[in-house]
Write a protein that binds this ligand. Structure first.
Ligand SMILES: [Zn+2]
Length: 398
């Protein structure tokens, strides 16, 4: 996996990003994207709330099309670039644009709020590969961050008097950043945790179980290559997300604290994404991200809090997913199919082929560069035979 990751980085796109925020949350950005030499045609999407002020293209690379687009979300502009015949070298695309970082329809994750910034791909604030799967290495400079904001990012993060520099030599689809006021920091093995108050029950459970889950999955899938940075942020919307070596958990103001087992499942699910995050979010293969991470979380609960607690989660999943419909065959599965039914299919598969075979299957899959259902079924065939693979494929479509 290590060599594979290095090889991928050498031929991966690279983003050089300069972002300047003013105190009202207006963004001025300059992004230069260098594509691998074999790429001759590539489309990017960017939110329409930004005004494109300039494109910097080498002679021989053209903007072939620019048009409004509402896929995969509303309010985008889509830019298609092509290299003309005879053009040598990598395509290098420079974007200059500006506009408000906030917008009304942000689904409850407002990028710039009184506590600071929470930026991620859903804000469509940097040119994103139109396939939403383009992964890249990154050099980023953020300017205009008040001195009391504590930045949490991926890779090498250096606070400057007025901003932050991020150097990421591993690939990811996103440029995620949390920069919030008064974050406290706790360090554990494999995990670095940031929260406004590390003594709340939620923060305490997350720190404990993120560390334990990192160790548990490390023994199963092999060691983590990077410390996982985790940030607990205050907001109403209870959506967590994970990127490579980076996770954000929400904490609702005035909330009832979660039970320890609920927080443990949540922490383990997000840590598991360190190995389960590669399948396309636009296709029905996406169960290999969410259902796989959730299956791993249930295994973590079983190992650390007992089979009875794990069985309680499974019983609830059976109840919720009774009428869920097929996981596959209709594009990206819905939430119930991803988080409730998909993990149950993996539990059923484990009961059919046995835990040792299941563990081996998950290890081999986690090391694949392509997370598709076809690859999973091929590995399953090798490990447990064609009948087991055919039956699992039927279950995915049932
Ligand atoms: Zn997830």
């Amino acid at each position: 996996m290590f060599f594979l990751a290095l090889a991928a980085a050498a031929s991966a796109p690279h983003y050089d990003l300069h972002a300047r925020f003013d105190p009202q949350g207006r963004l001025d950005a300059e992004v230069t994207i260098t594509l691998p030499e074999d790429v001759r045609d590539k489309s990017f999407i960017l939110s329409r709330r930004f005004m494109l002020e300039g494109l910097d293209l080498p002679p021989g690379v053209i903007l072939a099309a620019a048009e409004p687009s509402d896929t995969p979300v509303d309010g985008l502009y889509r830019y298609r670039f092509q290299a003309l015949p005879g053009y040598q070298g990598p395509m290098r695309l420079g974007f200059r644009y500006s506009g408000p970082i906030n917008y009304p329809d942000d689904n409850g994750v407002t990028a710039f709020r009184p506590q600071g910034y929470e930026l991620f791909i859903d804000h469509m604030w940097f040119p994103v590969g139109a396939d939403i799967q383009t992964r890249f290495t990154l050099d980023a400079e953020f300017e205009g961050l008040a001195p009391d904001l504590v930045p949490v990012g991926q890779g090498e993060v250096t606070r400057t008097p007025t901003g932050v520099r991020i150097r990421r030599d591993f690939i990811d689809i996103d440029v995620p950043l949390v920069a919030m006021r008064g974050l406290q920091r706790a360090q554990a093995e494999g995990v670095e945790f940031f929260a406004p108050d590390l003594t709340t029950p939620r923060a305490t459970y997350y720190v404990r179980h993120s560390e334990q889950a990192a160790r548990f999955f490390g023994q199963w899938f092999g060691p983590l290559h990077h410390t996982v940075r985790m940030a607990l942020v205050r907001r109403e919307r209870t959506m967590a997300y994970a990127r490579t070596a980076y996770t954000v958990f929400p904490e609702r103001p005035g909330e009832t604290p979660p039970t320890e087992v609920a927080a443990a499942r949540h922490a383990a699910h997000e840590v598991a994404h360190a190995w389960w995050m590669l399948a396309s979010p636009l296709t029905d293969d996406f169960w290999l991200v969410e259902s796989a991470a959730e299956y791993c979380a249930v295994r973590y609960i079983e190992a650390t809090m007992g089979a009875e607690e794990a069985e309680r989660f499974l019983a609830e999943k059976r109840r919720v997913s009774a009428e869920a419909g097929p996981v596959m065959g209709h594009g990206r599965p819905n939430r119930v199919q991803l988080y409730q039914k998909g993990p149950l299919l993996l539990v059923d598969l484990e009961r059919r082929i046995g835990r040792p075979a299941m563990d081996r299957l998950m290890v081999e899959m986690s090391r694949e560069a392509d997370h598709t259902t076809a690859v999973f079924l091929r590995l399953l065939t090798n490990i447990a035979g064609a009948d087991a693979a055919a039956e699992f494929e039927r279950a995915l479509h049932a």
